[in-house]
Ligand binder design. Structure first.
Ligand SMILES: *[C@@H]1O[C@H](CO)[C@@H](O)[C@H](O)[C@H]1NC(C)=O
Ligand SMILES: *[C@@H]1O[C@H](CO)[C@@H](O)[C@H](O)[C@H]1NC(C)=O
Length: 720
């Protein structure tokens, strides 16, 4: 009896100690003593609502995923120094616990640099203004701040018992993000920094492996991993590290002014199969659900509010078919052959031109094979064992037991869904027009010369007014001959409205590739004092690039007035007054309370085609549970709020330029290959989360910069 009890105790100790480990070898991540082929998908918690999370996670599980991967968004969690936010869409613990409840693992990419088409790459803007700060290098203030935040997150996860050895779902973490190219560029301080980052992370003793993606010299025990459209040629920097694909791009982001990129699922499945047959053991889809860049979270310049990414689950949380279903079928096939994959290296043979056969045949008796036809034009008949197999161009077949074709990457069985937007409501608008402010206002700041925008706004608003007065002598010739002088304004970006004596004189804007802009136009000045009001608008802050924290925004000049009697007058160094944000922002017109502080025009007086106009309306939620969106066609550029929540920036007047040639799944894919909707607005529909609505009396506010027709705005429901 005694002996038996002792045995049970010893046995259960072994069990729990096996249960409580995550490690790795050259073949795979090892969980509970078992090597695993893991299929993972990125879902970023602030890009949907907590109410959407359970369904997204369920669809990920039903789609055959084992892991959910997410970044951690520092600027969402620490909006001002020491003031933390883990509520609502930033409730990271809740998100992870929901993943756990669904029986999936988590790959937590703490960063804290995340890139991610997220404002400022995830860094809080205040971080830039910590004295002596220099991002992502061997810099004490940066390292102190980075360590403090990383520890904060790790300690939070530990206190909630979320790491796998504690019984939680987190099997892997990530420190830094795609640091390789930066390190290569800056040299020694970069090397020192990445060594420090690895040691710092390792010292936090999470009990699970850390990865550093896109970083060839990731110091031990960090695992270096691959991000891209394809990664089969990648090998980790040490023979004892597993080969992992931490970002397989399922599509691409959209920029205002650009078309909508898509990636055919046949090519995604092909990239997965090619990776797995070459010793790969972990694949993460970036994105599996892209979601929405709500409010002002979009970053990188000119990134749209939609972050749909052509992911298997679309922005609205609906299945993007056949992408979701075809990948589910792939995952089923990979699960079938997992025992063979984790227990053997492949034997590779070359039966013909552009053809390969990879066989995994461990001693255990299992057997799996991949037949590959890399030819982008021709299908192939391949003999293997006692059978023949038909392979479409650019495709790979997976054989269970080295015999049964359970999947071919180009034979898609899932049906295609038709995405539908059905109008379900219109609005009765009231309007309020905002004017260029007076330079004498109490909240304006007068300074000599031009100041960089972020330095003045600290990104509390997209908007910064640059206000100046220009005195014109009654003797100016142009007053008589009508040849008005040319005002030239050079700006670092991203968009600019020029007002002369409160009248809009013109609007210019840049693009992701070229954010800089120049306004140059003759302007109607009069004798005496003239008001020049420049409204400079940022459209998301840079998220990538060596020391992108030093990139400028706003009007830095020169500013000149050419064609006066004196020739050209330089306005660059004269006195300019600064006003941060719009009057409507200061008054909180996006809230019911704030909106009562001004007089709104109604009925036939509602402004049409008028710049700088606020619109408000109330509406009832439509019946049912279908996802909703606002069709903003007919409007120019601006922002939307519902019940005080920022829906995001809209800009349907920015049409998609580019190349929308025919799309074939065969051949090497890149983000310019299968673009769609050239000539249409880059983004016309804006997701309205159901959970933001009450049954009645929802308060919708739109701020329009350019002038638009609000009567065209419709509420639509999104169905498949
Ligand atoms: C798989 O890994 C083994 C061990 O590192 C190596 O010898 C072999 O060449 C690899 N095979 C492929 C197809 O990458
Ligand atoms: C930032 O703005 C302050 C005034 O608010 C000014 O003194 C300082 O020189 C500015 N710095 C830069 C780099 O423009």
């Amino acid at each position: 009896m005694k002996i038996l009890v002792l045995l049970v105790v010893v046995f259960s100790c072994i069990c729990s100690s096996i249960k409580a480990t995550v490690s790795y070898d050259d073949k795979a991540i090892i969980i509970n003593g078992r090597r695993r082929i893991l299929m993972s998908g990125s879902i970023h918690y602030p890009r949907s609502t907590p109410q959407m999370w359970p369904d997204l996670i369920k669809k990920a599980k039903d789609g055959g995923l084992d892991v959910i991967q997410t970044y951690v968004f520092w600027n969402g969690h620490e909006p001002s120094p020491g003031k933390f936010n883990f509520e609502g869409r930033y409730d990271l613990v809740k998100f992870i616990k929901l993943v756990q409840a669904a029986g999936l693992y988590v790959h937590l990419r703490i960063g804290p640099y995340v890139c991610a088409e997220w404002n400022f790459g995830g860094f809080p803007v205040w971080l830039k203004y910590v004295p002596g700060m220099s991002f992502r290098t061997d810099n004490e203030p940066f390292k102190i701040a980075m360590q403090r935040f990383t520890e904060k997150i790790v300690n939070l996860m530990k206190s909630e018992k979320l790491f796998e050895p504690q019984g939680g779902p987190i099997i892997m973490s990530q420190i830094e993000n795609e640091y390789g190219p930066i390190e290569w560029e800056i040299g020694a301080p970069g090397k020192a920094y990445s060594k420090w980052a690895a040691q710092m992370a390792d010292g936090l003793k999470t009990g699970v492996p850390w990865i550093m993606c896109k970083q060839e010299d990731a110091p031990d025990p960090m695992i270096d991993t691959c991000n891209g459209f394809y990664c089969e040629k990648f090998t980790p920097n040490k023979p004892y590290k597993p080969k992992m694909f931490t970002e397989l791009w399922t599509g691409w982001f959209t920029e205002f002014g650009g078309p909508i990129p898509t990636r055919p699922v046949e090519d995604i499945a092909y990239a997965v199969a090619r990776f797995i047959q070459n010793n790969g053991s972990f694949v993460n889809y970036y994105m599996y659900h892209g979601g929405t860049n709500f409010g002002r979270t979009a970053g990188g310049l000119f990134i749209t509010t939609s972050y749909d990414y052509d992911a298997p689950i679309d922005e609205y949380g609906l299945l993007n078919e056949p992408k979701w279903g075809h990948l589910r079928d792939l995952h089923t096939a990979i699960k079938l052959i997992e025992p063979a994959l984790v227990s053997a290296y492949p034997t590779v043979t070359y039966p013909g031109k552009n053809q390969e056969i990879h066989v995994f045949k461990p001693k255990s008796g299992a057997c799996a094979a991949f037949l590959s036809n890399y030819d982008p034009h021709f299908s192939a008949t391949m003999k293997f064992g006692n059978a023949q197999y038909q392979l479409p161009p650019w495709s790979i077949s997976i054989l269970h037991n080295c015999k049964d074709e359970v999947f071919n990457t180009a034979k898609v069985k899932s049906p295609t869904t038709q995405k539908k937007m059905t109008p379900v409501g219109t609005f009765k608008w009231q309007s309020y027009n905002e004017e260029a402010p007076s330079s004498e206002g109490s909240d304006t700041l007068a300074m000599a010369g031009l100041y960089e925008q972020l330095n003045v706004t600290r990104d509390t608003s997209d908007y910064l007014w640059y206000l100046a007065e220009v005195t014109i002598s009654p003797n100016e010739h142009f007053l008589k001959n009508g040849q008005f002088p040319v005002l030239t304004v050079m700006s670092a970006g991203h968009a600019l409205h020029v007002f002369i004596n409160n009248q809009l004189a013109g609007t210019v804007w840049g693009s992701l590739k070229n954010p800089k802009l120049t306004f140059s136009q003759s302007v109607k000045l009069r004798a005496g004092v003239n008001k020049i009001s420049l409204l400079s608008v940022s459209v998301g802050l840079a998220n990538v690039g060596t020391h992108y924290e030093t990139y400028n925004v706003g009007v830095l000049g020169p500013i000149t007035l050419k064609g006066l009697n004196e020739g050209t007058r330089d306005l660059t160094k004269q006195q300019w007054s600064y006003k941060v944000g719009l009057k409507g922002e200061t008054l909180s017109l996006d809230t019911l309370d704030g909106s009562s502080s001004v007089e709104w025009l109604q009925g036939s007086l509602v402004a049409q085609k008028q710049p700088l106009t606020w619109y408000k309306a109330t509406f009832n939620a439509p019946e049912g549970n279908d996802p909703l969106a606002l069709d903003m066609n007919g409007m120019g550029k601006g922002q939307i709020w519902i019940n005080g929540e920022g829906l995001g920036r809209y800009w349907p007047a920015n049409k998609a330029h580019g190349n929308c040639d025919k799309c074939s799944y065969t051949g090497i894919y890149n983000e310019n290959k299968c673009n769609r909707y050239c000539g249409d607005p880059s983004q016309r529909w804006y997701h309205v989360p159901r959970s933001w609505l009450r049954p009645t009396g929802n308060f919708l506010v739109v701020f329009e910069e350019w002038g638009g027709n609000p009567d065209w705005i419709t509420l639509v429901k999104r169905t498949n």
